[in-house]
Write a new protein. Structure first.
Length: 358
C-alpha cells in the first residue's frame, strides 16, 4: 500500500473542498498545488478572463462583419447569411447544452474528489461529440441542395458554395465544445478565452482576405478574357455578381478555418498541460462510475438546455424559410412590386435578373 498523504476527517459526508483528495469514510487528504495539480481560478478571476475575451471577440467581430458587408455587397451578404441560417441550429446543439453539461459534471465530480469520473466524462464526451460533429456536417452537406432548391427559385446554385464551405465548421465546433466545457468545469477559463479570441482573429484575417482576393481574381480574369472562373459574362457588373457566390464561400470558409485553429489550440493545450489531475490524485480517487452511467447523465443534463436553444434557432430558420418562399412566389407573379420597392438599393443588373437578395 502506498503511503497516504496527511488527512483529516470531515464531519458527516459533506463534499471535499477543491484541492483535496477524497479517501473514503468521510476522510479527505489535502494536496498542495505545487505537487502538479491545477491552480484553480476564483469566480471573479474566471469571470474577468471571460469578460475580457468577450470584449475582444466583439471588437474583432465588428472588424469582420462591417468590412465584409462592404466587400460582398448586398447580394454576396445574402449568400453568407443564408449559409449561417442553416448552420445556426446545428451550432446551437454543440454550444448550448453539452458544454454546460460537461462543465457541471466535471465541477461536481472534482468537488467530490472523483477524479477518475472526470477522466471518464472526458472520454465519453469525445465519443458523443465525434458522432454529433460528423452528423451535423453530413446533414449540412446532404440537405443543402434539396433545401436550396425548395426555398430559392432564382439561382439556387449560387447559395451552395457557402453552405458547403461552412459545413465542416459544425464538426470543429463540436470538438471545441469538449475542451471548453471540460476546462470550465475545472475552473480554468484561459483555454476557452484564448480559443475564442483565436477563432475571431482567424475569421477577420482569413475571411476578409479570401473575400477580397476571390473578387479580385474573378475581375482580373474578366478583364483578361471576358470570363469569370471559366464562365463568359456580358458586362463588368455581371462579372462582379458572378464572383459573389465564391467570395461569400471564401469568407464563410474562414469560420471553418477559425474553428479548426481554435480546436487545434485546445487539443495541443490539453496534450501539453493536461487537466491538472495528477497520478497521486487518481490513486486515491474512488472507483469511477460505469461509462454508460456518466454518458446517460451527460445527455440528460444537456438535452433540456440544447432543446431550448435549438427551438429558438429553428424558429428563426422556419421564419426565414417561409419569407424566402413568399418572396420567390411574389417574384414569379408580381416581380415589379418588389423591384420597385428596392429600386434605389439594387443595381440594374440585379433588377434585370430579378435577383432580390434575401
Amino acid at each position: 500500500m502506498p503511503a497516504r498523504p496527511p488527512a483529516y476527517c470531515l464531519v458527516g459526508r459533506g463534499p471535499a473542498r477543491l484541492g483535496s483528495l477524497y479517501l473514503g469514510n468521510g476522510c479527505v487528504a489535502m494536496e498542495r498545488d505545487e505537487g502538479g495539480g491545477m491552480r484553480h481560478q476564483s469566480f471573479l478571476h474566471g469571470a474577468l478572463v471571460l469578460m475580457v475575451s468577450i470584449v475582444l471577440v466583439k471588437i474583432l467581430g465588428a472588424l469582420f462583419k462591417i468590412p465584409l458587408a462592404w466587400i460582398l455587397t448586398t447580394v454576396g451578404s445574402s449568400y453568407f447569411g443564408f449559409a449561417y441560417s442553416i448552420y445556426a441550429p446545428l451550432f446551437s446543439l454543440a454550444t448550448a447544452g453539452f458544454p454546460i453539461a460537461i462543465s457541471r459534471l466535471v465541477s461536481e465530480n472534482y468537488v467530490r474528489g472523483r477524479f477518475r469520473d472526470i477522466r471518464q466524462i472526458h472520454r465519453s464526451s469525445v465519443r458523443i461529440f465525434l458522432v454529433l460533429g460528423i452528423a451535423s456536417c453530413s446533414i449540412m452537406i446532404l440537405a443543402a441542395r434539396p433545401y436550396v432548391n425548395y426555398v430559392e427559385s432564382g439561382n439556387p446554385q449560387n447559395f451552395l458554395p457557402a453552405i458547403y464551405a461552412l459545413a465542416p465548421a459544425a464538426f470543429f465546433t463540436s470538438m471545441m465544445a469538449i475542451y471548453r466545457g471540460y476546462y470550465e468545469g475545472l475552473r480554468n477559463m484561459y483555454p476557452t478565452a484564448i480559443s475564442e479570441v483565436i477563432e475571431a482573429l482567424c475569421e477577420v484575417v482569413f475571411g476578409l482576405s479570401a473575400a477580397y482576393l476571390i473578387i479580385q481574381k474573378g475581375m482580373n480574369e474578366y478583364a483578361a478574357s471576358g470570363t469569370v472562373f471559366g464562365a463568359r459574362v456580358a458586362s463588368e457588373q455581371y462579372a462582379k455578381l458572378a464572383t459573389l457566390p465564391y467570395a461569400a464561400a471564401g469568407a464563410v470558409f474562414s469560420v471553418t478555418l477559425a474553428g479548426f485553429c481554435a480546436f487545434l489550440f485546445l487539443f495541443l493545450y490539453h496534450k501539453r498541460n493536461g487537466d491538472g489531475i495528477t497520478a497521486r490524485m487518481l490513486r486515491y480517487s474512488p472507483r469511477p462510475a460505469p461509462a454508460r452511467v456518466l454518458t446517460s447523465r451527460l445527455i440528460r443534463t444537456a438535452i433540456p438546455i440544447a432543446l431550448g436553444s435549438l427551438a429558438v434557432n429553428l424558429s428563426t430558420l422556419v421564419d426565414s424559410t417561409f419569407l424566402k418562399m413568399r418572396i420567390a412566389d411574389i417574384m414569379q407573379t408580381h416581380p415589379q412590386v418588389v423591384l420597385n420597392m428596392y429600386r434605389n438599393d439594387l443595381t440594374q443588373e440585379i433588377i434585370h435578373l430579378k435577383l432580390v437578395p434575401s
